[in-house]
Design a protein around this ligand. Structure first.
Ligand SMILES: [Fe+2]
Ligand SMILES: [Fe+2]
Length: 150
């Protein structure tokens, strides 16, 4: 019974942590949208913000790599372990793309044709990341629901 409670609490923690990451994604997205609306491109400042977000995300990915982090999800969903190697590759790819994007934003002569070119890349990046996180959230949510109905 105790074990069940702990696993349930841990699933709740995983949901909370993902909620937090989603809110950081939203914050960054909102800031970009605000600049868009005001017609005020700020490449360098955006680069700094993207870097700040990258650090939070890297920490989140580190947690996910830790043994036991996804344990209650693995216990509840047999297909999940097959997906873990994919997640690790995806983490590395996403972080590399963010690094590369931020460093180009911060160059004194940035290589973008214009702000909308940077916007397109930014939105594609965030949407890939959101898709990845949503997939994880769905699995955690499913495991959570199963643990409640037991
Ligand atoms: Fe992940
Ligand atoms: Fe995640």
């Amino acid at each position: 019974m105790n074990k069940k409670k702990n696993s349930h609490e841990h699933l709740q923690y995983l949901l909370d942590e993902h909620e937090e990451i989603l809110s950081h994604i939203k914050e960054l997205h909102d800031w970009w949208t605000e600049l868009d609306e005001r017609g005020l491109p700020k490449f360098g400042e955006m680069g700094t913000r993207v870097e700040g977000f990258r650090d939070l995300l890297a920490k989140h990915f580190e947690n996910e790599k830790e043994e036991g982090y996804f344990k209650p999800v693995l216990d509840e969903s047999s297909g999940f372990c097959i997906m873990v190697p994919d997640f690790k590759t995806k983490h590395t790819t996403i972080l590399c793309r963010i690094d590369d994007f931020a460093s180009r934003l911060k160059q004194s002569k940035h290589p973008f044709k214009n702000w909308s070119e940077a916007s397109l890349e930014f939105k594609a990046l965030l949407s890939d990341l959101r898709e990845h996180e949503d997939q994880e959230i769905k699995m955690v949510q499913d495991a959570f629901n199963r643990s409640v109905s037991k």
